[in-house]
Design a protein around this ligand. Structure first.
Ligand code: IDP
Ligand code: MG
Length: 150
């Protein structure tokens, strides 16, 4: 099964929409296998966003993502990465379709509520940055037979 690291960014915590966002992922059928709240330090933030180090918005992004508590979680499912990223919507909320998290709740590219890994390789690296092996739960969910076609 595929895994993805999801962050409910500090704006999601401040705006009180974490439950709504997690609910949407759960209702999509994704299985939550790890979750915690933390404040990212700049070192972790720079590692997490290393791919963007040369972008003009990099320092602003690091300021924002370290500005307060966020929720980190790992979701699992068949095609979890595409499922989560299509539920998130486009990076710039102005171009995100209505019905997506960003399209329904966000206005600004720098405050777009949610992060989701964009590839299996990125997901593995990002999950390892936030979670130890023992923090990732291994359990069966009875409903999965009603979500995932065999
Ligand atoms: P993603 O979050 O949809 O995967 P990325 O291109 O990986 O988008 O960018 C990482 C984050 O950097 C975005 O979620 C957004 O918060 C921020 N970002 C991306 N492009 C811009 C920009 O043009 N200005 C300001 N912030 C940006
Ligand atoms: Mg990205």
């Amino acid at each position: 099964m595929e895994r993805i690291l999801v962050l409910l960014k500090p704006d999601a915590v401040q705006r009180g929409v974490c439950g709504e966002i997690i609910g949407r992922l759960e209702k999509r059928g994704l299985k939550l296998i790890a979750m915690k709240m933390l404040i990212m330090d700049r070192d972790l933030a720079r590692k997490h966003y290393a791919a963007h180090v040369d972008k003009a918005f990099f320092e602003g992004l690091i300021d924002f993502i370290t500005s307060g508590p966020l929720v980190a979680l790992v979701a699992e499912g068949r095609n979890a990465i595409e499922s989560v990223r299509s539920t998130m919507g486009a990076t710039d909320p102005l171009h995100a379709s209505p019905g997506t998290i960003r399209g329904d709740y966000a206005q600004s590219v720098g405050q777009n509520l949610i992060h989701g890994s964009d590839s299996q390789k990125a997901a593995e690296a990002e999950i390892n940055l936030f979670f130890s092996t023992k923090e990732i739960m291994d359990y069966q969910r009875e409903m999965d037979k009603w979500v995932i076609e065999s």
